[in-house]
Ligand binder design. Structure first.
Ligand code: C2E
Ligand code: MG
Ligand code: MG
Ligand code: MG
Length: 291
């Protein structure tokens, strides 16, 4: 564009680059300050056992609550944190906070209470990832056997150290989930290569389960695959009773989604856990059966 239109546009183009560089710097500075000021915190979304209707744990999802009270989505700041080398301290902060919060729910729960934490490829590739995780567990007292780490398929690729790190953490009982399963292009080979315990079926398939035969076929295949590999299947992004009914029919183990709850702040988790039972109960209510 700049080239075709002569000198003025070249100048405009430079200004554009400069402006964007300044914006980027401002956002980077903002994010660093936010982490330092405690504005980054995990929210929690319950994970539900479809057989019992009970909450078996939560996924921690990072949120940035700005000083003006605005809540910023991780889709914007996680990528930025990775880019500016902030993902390691940010990820460590989320993990430690989540372990501390989840210990309370674990202690109050009659059954083991799982905490699932997202890990970015950059964190995983860092040399001291395993010791960072083990230190967080030791310092907070959260049991290693109840911690799940979620990694996307892209993180699992071409990284020989990943397998070693996973092996070390698994010795302590930590479990690994492949997040957004089905969206990457290495799903099957990563299952063969790496010791994972859980498949999280991406919400893009779940959203089509009742309307799109291909989505339904993919979910069926993923659940079958999980079963034959001895893994647990978790469906992400369940929003409707119809989707829940389909997944239950396919014998999916666990699920999470707005149907039960959006991710909420730590202080709201106890209330949410109480409500989940009521929602799952709806599937056997007379209203549903007469449909
Ligand atoms: P993810 O790990 O695949 O998380 C699931 C996303 O789906 C979350 O978005 C969650 O809020 C959203 N979700 C849950 N249920 C529903 C539903 O029923 N419908 C719809 N439409 N969405 C639903 P969120 O919280 O915005 O997180 C986006 C992504 O950011 C996460 O995807 C994860 O990859 C990343 N992320 C979040 N927290 C962290 C973190 O602490 N560390 C790292 N490295 N990545 C994180
Ligand atoms: Mg996740
Ligand atoms: Mg996911
Ligand atoms: Mg995702």
């Amino acid at each position: 564009r700049a080239k075709g239109n002569g000198r003025n546009c070249v100048a405009l183009f430079d200004i554009d680059i400069q402006r964007r560089a300044q914006e980027h710097l401002a956002r980077a500075t903002g994010l660093r300050g936010a982490l330092a000021n405690g504005e980054i915190e995990p929210h929690y979304q319950p994970i539900v056992n479809l057989g019992t209707g009970r909450v078996v744990g939560v996924e921690a999802l990072a949120r940035w609550r700005t000083s003006s009270g605005e809540l910023i989505s991780p889709d914007t700041f996680i990528a930025l944190a990775e880019e500016i080398g902030l993902i390691e301290p940010l990820g460590q902060h989320i993990l430690r906070t989540a372990c501390r919060d989840a210990l309370v729910w674990h202690q109050a729960s009659p059954a083991p209470f799982m905490l699932s934490v997202n890990v970015s490829p950059r964190q995983f590739a860092s040399g001291d990832f395993a010791s960072m995780v083990l230190t967080a567990l030791a310092d907070t007292g959260f049991p290693a056997t109840c911690l799940h780490l979620e990694i996307t398929e892209s993180a699992l690729m071409n990284e020989p150290s990943v397998k070693t790190t996973m092996g070390e953490l698994r010795k302590h009982g930590i479990k690994f989930a492949i997040d957004d399963f089905g969206t990457g292009y290495s799903s099957l080979s990563s299952l063969r290569r790496l010791p994972v315990d859980i498949l999280k079926i991406d919400k893009s398939f779940v959203s089509g389960i009742t309307t799109n035969a291909q989505d339904r076929a993919l979910i069926t295949a993923a659940i079958d695959l999980a079963r034959s590999f001895g893994l647990t299947a978790i469906a992400e992004g369940v929003e409707t009773q119809e989707q829940l009914r389909e997944l239950t029919g396919l014998d999916c183990d666990l699920a999470q989604g707005y149907l039960w709850s959006r991710p909420v702040a730590a202080e709201k988790v106890a209330d949410v856990m109480e409500n989940v039972g009521k929602i799952t109960h709806m599937k056997v209510s007379p209203m549903r059966i007469t449909r």
